[in-house]
Design a protein around this ligand. Structure first.
Ligand SMILES: NC(=O)c1ccc[n+]([C@@H]2O[C@H](COP(=O)([O-])OP(=O)(O)OC[C@H]3O[C@@H](n4cnc5c(N)ncnc54)[C@H](O)[C@@H]3O)[C@@H](O)[C@H]2O)c1
Length: 461
């Protein structure tokens, strides 16, 4: 039997300890200040606090798996740290038992525990102020569209799409959310890791000169997978075994390595201009994904970020990044050093971020910090919108995948700006609408793309 999924990104649930640790902290809205700020937030007031006469932020959860439930816990912890309260008012999962169990755990009214591929639409009709979107990424653009149309604030997990049209849709929905005064925060939590923020800020302030190159890694062991149950429908199988199919996850360069690609975009200040790369399916079981990628991301002016990701047991593992500047180097959120050994003063932790000096704790706490940032943007009405940033990182990851699958160079212009490019409208073969219309045909198992042209016949001697 395949192993049940571990909490992901595939390490022990990073958020469990965050809520349990008696950490010193520096929050930026406390009890009464938070309540005062609530009065500035018309959308939030209208939908909950004013109507109920209480400071309760109502949440609807779409996707009751490991991360969805974790994100809900993080949201509860984040509210507690700000003297506010979160109430889960709706749960939704493709599988009814999951929506029911999570609803039970959080005292969600029985009639607000929804299921099936259209259950998300019912969540959007509830009085939730905010929705957490934590299904497999194929569904994200569709679910985000429903949330923004319904006037909900959003926390959405990464990645936010699996193909170029999906990424572009998230960017335009982000713009629409801005117009409507809705906040969107994404699960690329390194952006909310205080140690990372300090290192990135120091680099942006020029402390290691101009960045000339870098390396990003997500090399680890085999991921969980599931085999098909006898008589199981194609749709159910794809949902249960979603991390094995490109159509559902985007492949692991998108699903997982997007975190490191996001760090590269953050440090470099822009998305890449082009990607070339290679990869293969060497040891993976079920599905149609690769299990290794090596991609060169070109950020222009000769600046190359080399990217590697692998999910194969018994190999060298590394999950981090390094950036090389003209005057020094930065290693992930751990260390920053100048070649001339001059001291680098790390900037203050940005306002609104918990200042944890222990970097491991900072990493765990990032899962809560992202909800503190989201909730406070709602309480104060200040607004926070990470849709473009995470969609650009997802798009860069998709570029890397397409480059490796096809053997071609894929340019940012191909996927963002040039409708005549073969890559612009490249869409995966299964759509969210197929699920909603009960029309899903699962791609073949144990098959994978083969880059390049035809194989030449053997030369006759
Ligand atoms: N930021 C992080 O560190 C982090 C960590 C883990 C996972 N994630 C991301 O979170 C998302 C979910 O991952 P997970 O580990 O929780 O997976 P999971 O398999 O544990 O949970 C996904 C849940 O979504 C449900 N689902 C599938 N399709 C649905 C639909 N159309 N409508 C409603 N529910 C649906 C599934 O039944 C399942 O319960 C993924 O995008 C993943 O990449 C992020």
């Amino acid at each position: 039997m395949p192993a049940e999924p571990a909490p992901r990104d595939h390490a022990p649930d990073p958020t469990a300890a965050a809520s349990a640790s008696p950490l010193s902290r520096r929050t930026f809205i406390h009890g009464s200040a938070a309540l005062a700020a609530v009065n500035l937030a018309p959308g939030w007031l209208m939908s909950s606090a004013h109507a109920q006469g209480s400071d309760v932020l109502k949440i609807g959860l779409v996707g009751c798996g490991g991360r969805g439930r974790g994100a809900l816990r993080n949201a509860i912890d984040a509210a507690a740290k700000q003297g506010a309260t979160v109430q889960c008012v709706a749960t939704c999962d493709y599988f009814a038992d999951k929506a029911l169990a999570t609803g039970e755990e959080h005292n969600v009214p029985a009639e607000q525990r929804f299921s099936g591929p259209t259950g998300y639409q019912q969540v959007m009709q509830t009085d939730a102020d905010l929705v957490i979107l934590a299904t497999p990424p194929l569904f994200r653009p569709t679910h985000l569209e429903a949330a923004v149309n319904a006037g909900k604030h959003v926390f959405m997990e990464k990645p936010v799409a699996v193909d170029p049209p999906g990424c572009r849709k998230v960017i335009s929905l982000g713009d629409l959310a801005k117009e409507k005064g809705l906040s969107i925060v994404a699960g690329t939590q390194r952006r909310h890791d205080s140690a990372f923020q300090q290192h990135a800020a120091a680099v942006h302030a020029g402390s290691i000169g101009d960045i000339v190159s870098g390396n990003i890694y997500w090399c680890m062991g085999q991921l969980w997978y599931r085999t098909r149950n006898p008589g199981e429908s194609d749709a159910d199988y794809l949902v249960r075994n979603w991390t094995s199919f490109t159509e559902m996850s985007g492949d692991h360069i998108v699903e997982q390595h997007v975190h490191q690609i996001d760090v590269a975009n953050w440090v470099m200040g822009t998305p890449p201009q082009a990607a070339v790369g290679m990869g293969g399916r060497l040891r993976r079981v079920t599905g149609n994904q690769f299990d290794s990628f090596a991609v060169e991301f070109d950020y222009g002016q000769g600046r190359i970020i080399n990217s590697m990701c692998r999910q194969i047991n018994g190999c060298w593992n590394r999950v981090d990044s390094q950036f090389i500047g003209t005057q020094g180097r930065m290693w992930d959120n751990r260390r920053i050093a100048r070649y001339d050994k001059a001291d680098i003063a790390l900037p203050e932790v940005p306002a609104g971020t918990t200042d944890y000096t222990d970097r491991k704790v900072a990493k765990r706490s990032a899962y809560v910090n992202e909800h503190i940032a989201l909730q406070s943007s709602i309480f104060t009405g200040a607004g926070l919108n990470e849709a473009r940033q995470v969609a650009e990182s997802t798009m860069a990851a998709v570029m890397g995948r397409v480059a490796a699958y096809t053997g071609q160079q894929v340019r940012w212009d191909d996927v963002m700006n040039d409708p005549s490019s073969a890559f612009y409208d490249l869409q995966v073969a299964v759509t969210p609408q197929d699920f909603e219309n009960a029309n899903v045909v699962a791609p073949a198992d144990d098959a994978a793309p083969s880059p390049g042209g035809e194989i030449r016949p053997p030369r006759k001697n």
